[in-house]
Design a protein around this ligand. Structure first.
Ligand SMILES: *Cc1c(COP(=O)(O)O)cnc(C)c1O
Length: 389
């Protein structure tokens, strides 16, 4: 058999994170529910805040999926973001893409700004804006691709090259793509961060975050943040995530095919003003998405020709798509950004960045696509009839 490094993605997923069988022959690892370890043990564990066999297994398996030398696991995606930002100093500048996950923005502006962190937001899909990088000399460039919630695609390779030329490391929040579809480190990024809560775990039963890197210095800083800031996950959550990632390749294949089929169908439906999916030809960065990603992932953004109230009627009529925040699980979810994830953003700002009252984000699960389509069809008809009456 080929070794861990050269094996295919699915093989790495299934066989990663299976050590520590000891003398029992257990095919799958146990959960190490222990806060502390006897001093002098050969594996070098001391206290679970600074390491646990379940963290080590998860870190090895995610590193293998990301094609990275190292990975560090955290209690949530937000913990992983905190770990990275905690390495910066007062006065440092983070140059961030303007379309950013809301909790990342909140951490920058409401927590780290108090400690002197500066931020500048630019539309990084415009290559002309990359020219600001050498002038601003950011300590870190922060981007997501695809972005939340509008699924904008950013050129990771191009931005990483521009960052490297100015000595600025690039972090990619890879949550929406997952390492199956996109591996930022191979495209030149320094750090690839994921909320494993979403696709990597994939079963909506625990939170987690991970930062992968090839850079030994960054890895040291991440391990330090894990223990010094108390950002470690529970061993059980690390175990769940290690189990979840074994089927990442299979799940992503189905998420991608279901989402693309539904997106194509939705584009033809009356009452649907806009459909966004990275692998639709109508997507503004379709060519880039095709080049950078192995599939379009499982998210679709649609804009219904209706009020916020009618959009919520649509959501409540759906039986297979649950109205809930989050994404990336085996089950389908629907989210109404104007009243949920982006409710705290003023209406005119929302509209300016393209989050209208009729905008909905679908996280397409791995159910049978025919069932998902008829669910959407019935809910669409309910909204259309409502607007006619
Ligand atoms: C959910 C999410 C996060 C935060 O992750 P949690 O696990 O919820 O803390 C960060 N970035 C993106 C893009 C996300 O979707």
């Amino acid at each position: 058999m080929r070794n861990q490094k050269t094996a295919g993605f699915s093989t790495r997923g299934v066989h990663g994170g299976r050590g520590f069988s000891g003398t029992t022959g257990a095919v799958m690892p146990p959960v190490y529910l222990t806060s502390t370890f006897e001093s002098g043990n050969p594996d070098g564990f001391d206290y679970t805040r600074s390491g646990n066999p379940n963290f080590r297994l998860l870190q090895e398996s995610v590193a293998a999926l990301e094609g990275a030398r190292h990975a560090t696991c955290f209690a949530s995606g937000v913990s992983a973001i905190t770990a990275v930002v905690s390495t910066l100093r007062s006065g440092d500048l983070v140059l961030a893409e303007e379309n950013l996950y809301g909790c990342t923005y909140r951490l920058f502006e409401r927590v780290f700004a108090k400690f002197g962190l500066r931020t500048q937001y630019l539309d990084l899909s415009q290559t002309a804006n990359w020219e600001a990088i050498p002038r601003l000399r950011p300590a870190l460039i922060w981007l997501e691709s695809p972005t939340n919630p509008l699924l904008k695609i950013l050129d990771i390779e191009g931005i990483s090259r521009a960052g490297a030329a100015a000595g600025a490391p690039v972090l990619v929040d890879n949550t929406f793509a997952s390492p199956y579809l996109q591996r930022p480190l191979e495209l030149g990024a320094t750090l690839s961060l994921s909320s494993t809560t979403k696709y990597i775990n994939g079963h909506s039963d625990c939170l987690g975050g991970v930062v992968a890197t090839n850079d030994a210095e960054w890895q040291e800083k991440m391990i330090f943040a894990q223990k010094a800031l108390g950002l470690q996950p529970s061993p059980f959550d690390a175990w769940l995530t290690t189990r979840g990632q074994r089927t990442l390749a299979l799940r992503m294949e189905r998420h991608c095919s279901n989402a693309l089929e539904l997106a194509c169908w939705l584009e033809k439906q009356p009452g649907v003003r806009l459909v966004r999916h990275p692998f639709l030809r109508s997507h503004p960065q379709y060519e880039l998405a095709k080049r950078q990603m192995r599939g379009g992932s499982g998210l679709i953004v649609i804009e219904l020709d209706c009020s916020a109230e009618a959009a919520l009627v649509f959501c409540r009529r759906l039986r297979l798509f649950t109205l809930a925040e989050s994404l990336g699980g085996v089950e389908s979810l629907v989210c109404h950004p104007a009243t949920m994830t982006h409710a705290s953003v003023p209406a005119e700002v929302r509209r300016k960045v393209g989050i209208g009252d009729g905008l909905l984000r679908l996280s397409v699960g791995v159910e049978d696509v025919e069932d998902l389509r008829s669910d959407l069809e019935e809910a669409l008809q309910a909204v259309l009839q409502r607007s006619e009456s």
